[in-house]
Design a protein around this ligand. Structure first.
Ligand SMILES: NC(=O)c1ccc[n+]([C@@H]2O[C@H](COP(=O)([O-])OP(=O)(O)OC[C@H]3O[C@@H](n4cnc5c(N)ncnc54)[C@H](O)[C@@H]3O)[C@@H](O)[C@H]2O)c1
Length: 248
């Protein structure tokens, strides 16, 4: 196992003000990287990034806006170009937009939010940052899927739809990136304790993941220990998806 160090690396993390994105930002700084922390929640972003000192730069904005992705890419370019993108910004539209009704009653704004944040956001940031990785002939793009991308959901139907889109998008990224030394990996969690109520989601292991258990996989995938892994989706769900396979 190679020692993991990210000294001198430039990392862009979306959804960095909270949960998996925040813990990933903190760990990258601890391991020597400079991190551009991106999030629409400006207040939390400022608070969390200032706690990380000069190795963290806060860039507030909405991942649904391609202009925002380009402005983050310009900032990364000034730092020497992005080495890693970790696209964490996302959420279950029914909860985030406070619209817990069946899909057939969802306002189109909620439907758009679910698709745009969870699918277009990672697409826009990959499109904006990948040229820098291609120019450097190295880099890793990490997408965050969800087991809902396999299971479906009748209320927040766009969440799973968008996440399953990422299972395919990661392949396209890998195909475009492989000739230039750029890898892409999708990590697909089951329930993660970024919110206490995630402990209610069943898994074979009888618990939800600690945030660290997802972040550790992100770091493995970014490191040279994963140098032959690209274009694949990695389920980290405590066995949740197995629970539905045995029907007798
Ligand atoms: N927590 C879980 O149980 C779980 C399970 C499976 C997948 N995931 C995925 O992991 C990723 C991170 O989840 P988390 O639990 O850390 O979530 P979180 O809610 O703690 O953090 C998500 C962050 O994204 C930001 N965000 C939301 N919309 C945005 C937008 N339009 N532009 C910019 N930033 C925006 C939020 O402000 C928030 O800080 C998400 O993509 C989520 O779908 C989480």
């Amino acid at each position: 196992m190679k020692e993991i160090s990210f000294k001198g690396k430039v990392v862009v993390i979306t959804g960095a003000a909270s949960g998996i994105g925040l813990k990933t930002s903190q760990e990258f700084v601890r391991l020597g990287a400079t991190v551009i922390m991106c999030d629409v929640n400006e207040v939390s972003l400022q608070k969390e990034s200032s706690g990380l000192g000069s190795a963290a730069v806060a860039k507030a904005g909405d991942v649904r806006d391609f202009g925002y992705a380009l402005s983050v890419a310009a900032e990364a370019e000034r730092m020497g170009g992005a080495d890693y993108l970790v696209a964490c910004a996302g959420g279950y539209e029914a909860r985030c937009c406070k619209s817990m009704v069946p899909f057939y009653e969802q306002p189109v704004e909620v439907i758009d939010w679910g698709l745009d944040v969870n699918l277009k956001g990672p697409v826009y940031f990959s499109r904006a940052l990948m040229p820098q990785m291609v120019a450097k002939r190295s880099g890793v793009i990490i997408l965050l899927g969800s087991v809902t991308g396999f299971e479906g959901d009748g209320v927040g139907a766009m969440y799973g739809t968008a996440k399953s889109g990422l299972f395919n998008f990661v392949k396209g990224l890998a195909m475009a990136g492989a000739p230039h030394g750029v890898r892409a990996v999708c990590i697909t969690p089951g329930p993660v304790l970024t919110r206490a109520d995630m402990s209610l989601m069943p898994t074979l292991m009888g618990r939800a993941a600690e945030t660290r258990e997802i972040v550790d996989v992100i770091f493995f995938m970014c490191s040279d220990n994963a140098s032959f892994i690209t274009g694949t989706n990695h389920i980290v769900d405590g066995g949740r998806l197995c629970m539905y396979q045995k029907t007798y």
